[in-house]
Design a protein around this ligand. Structure first.
Ligand SMILES: [Zn+2]
Length: 345
């Protein structure tokens, strides 16, 4: 049994935008059915949509100014980036297609690697191709296999912070590949609540969720190979899209078609973000404990848009999300799904 809990309310004011007439603005509070994390849908959609758009001239200037010193561009990535210890990966660094994996110079966790995914210093969001991401994911999963086999790493993540407003310190397109012995907060919640749901209803929560989303048709986007794509009922951030890998709880169970499908779906979402005028994003591909088949958990991915490159950057993160841990969005997920559905046709 899955319940989408929502509270609809309104804010009242005399608005100068309407000759100070009495104005009613709809606001909504939503709760994620499994994590119980809360989010609110704020007003001012047209206002915020304008603020988050990209300054293309500034973006090109940043790309030009940072290219010469870039350690992830082809000549330096093969000579100046860190190397893995020989007993971990004998070659020091690995390449596949345009992608190269090497250790993060400043480790985030016990196992922290970077994949520079392309030879190009900058890609616009419509220039990300599934093959580029697939090669990067194949290197990532090889690294995670080693972290599991050699170090017994239990938890793993593959993620991307794109451009400075998205949290990246280097402009060149790259992803993070991280493994450790410590669980992520959200994964811990998914394991705990997923298990509770399974014991109570004898059904995997995520399988039930996908069936329900398909039936409702408001947020479901489509199926790519073994992956299911939808906008979540209570998104944490703007333009959030979720993917689930059917019937698999951890990265070590994924096969090539799973990684291909994730690469394909992420590129479709990025194309949509590009068409909206955005230039920055975050995604995370998450996994249950490595090497453990959990029937009550499905692994997946989440992608969100971020504030674009702009001369006067307005962050899309503020105290509400940073400290009070509320999600907030401007565009309801049902509206995002409506616009995105054609990209999954
Ligand atoms: Zn570069």
């Amino acid at each position: 049994m899955i319940r989408f809990k929502k509270l609809e309310d309104k804010a009242i004011l005399h608005s100068p935008l309407k000759d100070f007439e009495l104005d009613f603005q709809p606001v909504e509070y939503r709760q994620d059915p499994i994590s119980h994390l809360t989010t609110f849908v704020r007003t001012g959609r047209a206002f915020w949509a304008g603020i988050y758009k990209t300054d293309d001239a500034l973006l090109e200037k940043l790309a030009r100014e940072t290219q010469d010193k870039c350690f992830f561009c082809p000549d330096k990535v093969a000579t100046a980036t860190p190397r893995f210890p020989a007993d971990f990966i004998p070659e020091g660094r690995l390449t596949r297609g345009e992608a190269t994996i090497f250790p993060n110079l400043f480790a985030q966790k016990e196992y922290s690697a970077i994949v520079a995914i392309t030879k190009k210093h900058h890609l616009k969001l419509d220039e990300f191709q599934p093959d580029l991401l697939y090669d990067a994911f194949k290197l990532a999963v090889l690294y995670l296999h080693r972290a599991y086999e050699i170090g017994g790493a239990k938890y793993a993540e593959i993620g991307c912070n794109y451009l400075y407003p998205g949290g990246a310190s280097i402009m060149h397109p790259h992803i993070q590949v991280i493994a450790s012995h410590g669980a992520h907060y959200l994964i811990d919640i998914y394991i705990e609540k997923g298990k509770e749901h399974y014991e109570r209803y004898c059904q995997n929560y995520w399988e039930e969720l996908i069936k329900k989303e398909k039936r409702l048709g408001e947020r479901y986007l489509g199926k790519i190979g073994s992956t299911e794509w939808f906008t979540p009922f209570a998104p944490i951030r703007e333009d959030e899209v979720n993917a689930l890998v059917w019937g698999k709880s951890n990265f070590l169970e994924f096969d090539d078609s799973d990684w291909q499908s994730l690469a394909d779906g992420l590129c479709r979402v990025l194309k949509y973000y590009y068409d909206q005028g955005f230039s920055c994003f975050n995604y995370a591909i998450y996994s249950g404990p490595l090497g453990q088949k959990l029937s009550f958990l499905w692994a997946g991915a989440k992608i969100v848009s971020r504030t674009s490159v702009q001369p006067y950057p307005v962050s899309d993160n503020w105290y509400s999300s940073n400290i009070l841990l509320d999600g907030f969005i401007t565009e309801p997920p049902e509206e995002v799904a409506k616009a995105l559905r054609t990209y999954f046709a």
